[in-house]
Design a protein around this ligand. Structure first.
Ligand code: PMP
Length: 330
């Protein structure tokens, strides 16, 4: 019989898939690492597993303990999966702007969700930063992973994602492209690939227009999970050979094309990373192998990126009236 003992054993070892259509006119090979095939649906399963293992090893997390983290998305799902298997309680703190669907996903995995007001300053005791700090102090046996400062975040990518990319390409990868949020992915994979290739692999960060990584101040942008208004310690500022800045419009247009033309229903940060990868691949030689990491799936964005009205409202699409429908043609 061939089976996995539990769902956490399915974390990692995601496939590379060649992008065949959005790459027209480009000679270099562009390979996507499809992280939504992780059991929790995103790349964050990898860091959740590694952060919990490390906390168990160091004694910060004891049997029966509680994981407290300010997160509303992918990291929460990863932590909830691992926590369930190992018998920990999970309390996630999120601002009230987070959609009910996202909160319900976390509850579905058995986590408790504490919702805080968005419209208060970070130093306000009701802010989600302060509430999560207080819960981590007051709940006995609580441990806060803190993905923005936890070295196990980049380490998980150094130990798993990086070696996978190298082995899957038989060491022929020439460029690695990923969006930067906590910076864990690009820093961990980047260090591994630089080391194993003797510095030959080019590391390219993709960043939303306005974020600090591409020289901005954190001006609001709509793409989720990437870009920051501060410098997290999980990001190694020396790792990127190049940072490519991508607008929301480009990110979302490519996200939609990945679903329509490549059969990959993925999130907005994937469109952003692919937009950057295509720019890199266009300039690269024909024998270049560009690997781009796609962090999550598109189901969580159906009412935004994949909704024509939402796209039109922000000027990312022609308005619904201008777009011919079947009814107009008949
Ligand atoms: N895309 C999405 C959807 C994410 O949730 C994240 C994590 N914040 C990233 C990209 C960026 O990954 P990292 O935090 O490793 O830089």
């Amino acid at each position: 019989m061939r089976y996995y003992d539990n769902v956490v054993e399915l974390v990692g070892n995601t496939p590379l898939v060649r992008l065949r259509n959005v790459t027209s006119g480009i000679s270099a090979k562009v390979l996507a690492k499809v992280e939504y095939l992780n059991p929790g649906g995103s790349v964050k399963d990898r860091i959740a597993l590694r952060m919990v293992q490390e906390a168990e090893r160091s004694g910060l997390l004891q049997p029966g303990g509680t994981i407290v983290e300010p997160t509303s998305g992918n990291t929460g799902v990863g932590l909830a999966l691992v926590a369930q298997l190992r018998g920990y309680r999970c309390v996630f703190v999120c601002p009230d702007k987070v959609s009910e669907d996202k909160q319900n996903v976390l509850r579905a995995y058995g986590a408790e969700v504490v919702v805080c007001p968005t419209a208060v300053a970070p130093e306000d005791p009701r802010s989600y930063y302060n509430v999560s700090d207080r819960l981590a102090r007051e709940i006995p046996g609580a441990w806060k992973p803190d993905q923005y400062a936890n070295p196990a975040n980049p380490r998980s990518h150094y130990e798993t994602t990086g070696p996978e990319v190298w082995e899957q390409t038989d060491g022929r990868v020439t460029h690695f492209v990923a969006g930067v949020g906590t910076g864990g992915t690009i820093s961990g994979v980047g260090h591994y690939l630089k080391e194993v290739s003797g510095g030959a692999v080019q590391i390219i960060g993709a960043d939303p227009e306005g974020s600090v990584y591409s020289g901005g101040t954190g001006r609001p942008y709509l793409v989720e999970g990437v870009g920051e208004d501060f410098w997290p310690t999980t990001y190694d500022k020396t790792i990127c050979d190049q940072i490519v800045e991508i607008s929301d419009k480009e990110s979302f247009e490519l996200t939609r094309r990945l679903a329509r033309e490549e059969g990959l229903l993925v999130g907005g940060s994937c469109g952003m990373a692919v937009a950057a990868a295509l720019k890199v691949a266009r300039e690269a030689s024909a024998d270049a192998v560009v690997v781009v990491l796609l962090p999550d799936g598109g189901r969580g964005y159906l009412s935004k990126i994949f909704n024509d009205d939402w796209m039109a409202r922000y000027g990312f699409l022609r308005t619904a009236e201008e777009t011919p429908t079947v009814a107009d043609v008949l």
